[in-house]
Design a protein around this ligand. Structure first.
Ligand SMILES: Cc1ncc(COP(=O)(O)O)c(C=O)c1O
Length: 375
């Protein structure tokens, strides 16, 4: 049976990984500055992670959400501890799209309204409501297009105000650093005014932290660079270091009812063990400090390369913008220099999303290769 052919693939077959590297079937080493799309947070095959997941699968890999699972409470407490988001409630699911799907559903339940405001170039996933609020017509099927969504330009505060004052908007969904779109960010003033307008218009403010969360921006959540308190925060990617897990942090003002949300796999024992290993490692190895130090180091070198026109993003969620399309450059980096990087909707942008424990030597290796690839 052929695979459903939806992914254009590079001709590389990683079969193992360790730290910042992956290895192909012939043993060739590749530097992973893409982190499997911002997923690998604590590095490939981190010993804490391997031990926790192995122990858990040997003990109890899965049981449904019909029984007590103290691992879910431990995970919730650890997220609260590291993020400083006090009093929020945690609902666990399996992916970023599912996290946003549940976030949007909760906003609609809470407010009794159904229209959503989202932003140009935003990406929130491929399921029903999540794809409807994503700004990419090519991935919105007619069945998704019937949702009520208004897409505005980032920083269009007058537009946001006018739409919210119509009274039918259940949620504004925001990426504080756009991922797939190409690392653009709204201004602090914009985010803070949107938050204030949500408060006065009975609209839920949703922070999509699926990619920017878990320390990648240099703070636990990217919204923490601003003076806002989201009603709902969606998380996934770095949360499981490759184990599929997602979640929603829900403000204490939103009350749970039995049956309101649910999932078979979400919050299973293995997912929680993976999630706990990630958080313990972020804490023990002070990975957020490393993100800030390595981000400064990376940016300082990037500024010396004349072909780089703009450096976008924060922390280790970075984009290098050129005045040409980077498709060929990415191929050269992979095939000639064995370095994985990412692309974006902005075709001139090279995305850098490495594991959070990257070191200076890896950044040096990248820039040496980049200089050669640019000749
Ligand atoms: C900001 C953001 N939200 C949601 C998603 C969807 O996550 P998933 O692919 O796990 O469904 C992504 C994935 O790239 C993302 O970057």
């Amino acid at each position: 049976m052929p695979l459903f052919n939806v992914y254009p693939l590079y001709d590389v077959t990683p079969v193992s990984g360790k730290g910042i590297h992956v290895y192909d079937e012939k043993g060739a080493e590749y530097l992973d500055l893409y982190g499997g799309h911002a997923v690998i947070s604590i590095g490939h095959a981190h010993p804490n992670y391997v031990k926790a997941v192995t122990n858990q699968v040997e003990t109890l890999g899965f049981y449904s959400n019909a029984i007590q699972n103290p691992l879910q409470e431990q995970l919730a407490d650890k997220i609260e501890d590291l993020s400083g988001c006090r009093g929020y409630q945690l609902f666990l699911c399996n992916s970023g799209a599912e996290a946003n799907e549940n976030a949007l559903k909760l906003a609609s339940f809470k407010t009794g309204k159904s229209r959503v405001l989202a932003f140009k170039n935003g990406f929130h996933g491929r399921t029903s409501a999540a794809v409807a609020v994503t700004d990419n017509k090519n991935i919105i099927a007619p069945i998704n297009a019937q949702q009520k969504v208004t897409i505005l330009e980032l920083n269009d505060i007058l537009g946001v105000k006018a739409e919210l004052e119509k009274g039918d908007v259940c949620a504004v969904i925001v990426e504080f650093i756009q991922g797939v779109g190409g690392l653009d960010q709204g201004t602090a003033d914009f985010f803070e005014q949107v938050f204030a307008l949500c408060k006065t218009n009975n609209t839920m403010f949703i922070a999509d932290e699926v990619q920017s969360g878990y320390g990648r921006s240099g703070k636990f959540f990217a919204f923490q660079h601003y003076n806002v308190t989201p009603d709902i925060i969606s998380i996934a990617k770095g949360m499981g270091n490759g184990f599929p897990v997602g979640g929603v942090l829900i403000h204490p003002d939103i009350e749970a009812k039995y049956g309101m949300l649910g999932t078979t796999f979400g919050g299973n024992h293995l997912a929680c063990a993976a999630g706990l290993a990630v958080l313990h490692t972020i804490e023990e190895e002070q990975l957020m400090d490393n993100v800030n130090a390595m981000s400064d180091y990376f940016m300082a070198i990037a500024k010396t390369i004349p072909q780089i026109k703009t450096i976008k993003g924060r922390g280790l969620m970075l984009g290098l913008e050129f005045d040409f399309e980077v498709g060929e450059l990415r191929k050269k980096l992979i095939y000639n220099h064995h370095i994985f990087t990412g692309g974006a909707a902005n075709k001139n942008l090279l995305r850098i999303l490495p594991p959070l424990n990257i070191e200076k030597q890896h950044i040096d290796q990248f820039f040496e290769a980049l200089k050669k690839a640019l000749v």
